[in-house]
Ligand binder design. Structure first.
Ligand SMILES: [Zn+2]
Length: 193
């Protein structure tokens, strides 16, 4: 998992989805241990050594005791708590979801695209999907409170933070990547339209 995720993090960086050391990533290993990306690392140079283990409060454990993970780790923990089958979480600063969030409030609504089926549970391009857009906050506990009030709206394993980026997750790295790319593609289509 770790090696494959490192490759994906670098590939996403090459697409311009994580400029200036931004974004963060996490996964749950086979021992139910949560690993998160350390902050301040440029994602073009990200390695397996740039992951750290955390406990359920987001505090570094073992050899990572005393090392502070990214502030946005709280969002990862919120997703794992509220969607317990999640194994991988990807955060992106891709431009199209950010642009979409500047022209839409509360939801990004989309219908009529074959690629909607990239979301687990969506079987037709005719479905109307609503992806929640939540306001950005620097206070992560405030952001997580908003996410809790919107939880029932989160149906496609992803959401957009306005003016900021996206979070997408899955039961595997493959699925998390699929959800992230599906959301970005749909935002790109609608924005260009
Ligand atoms: Zn971010």
């Amino acid at each position: 998992m770790k090696t494959a995720l490192v490759q994906l993090i670098r590939a996403l960086n090459a697409r311009g989805w994580s400029p200036a050391t931004s974004t963060n990533y996490s996964f749950i290993d086979e021992h139910h241990q949560c690993w998160v990306s350390r902050s301040g690392v440029h994602k073009s140079e990200f390695t397996e050594q740039d992951f750290m283990t955390i406990d359920e409060l987001g505090v570094g454990t073992g050899m990572f005791h005393g090392i502070k993970p990214s502030d946005e780790t709280q969002i990862h923990l919120w997703i794992y708590q509220n969607f317990p089958d999640t194994k991988v979480i990807l955060h992106s600063h891709g431009k199209y979801p950010v642009l979409i969030s500047q022209f839409n409030e509360d939801n990004f609504t989309v219908q009529g695209y074959e690629l909607q089926k990239g979301f687990r549970g969506c079987s037709s391009h005719l479905d109307t999907l609503h992806i929640p857009i939540v306001d950005n906050h620097q206070d992560m506990s405030e952001l997580c409170q908003i996410l809790t009030t919107r939880k029932q709206d989160i149906q496609q394993h992803c959401f957009i933070i306005a003016g900021h980026g996206t979070y997408a997750w899955g039961t595997s790295l493959f699925e998390a990547q699929k959800h992230l790319e599906t959301l970005d593609y749909l935002c790109e289509c609608e924005f260009l339209l």
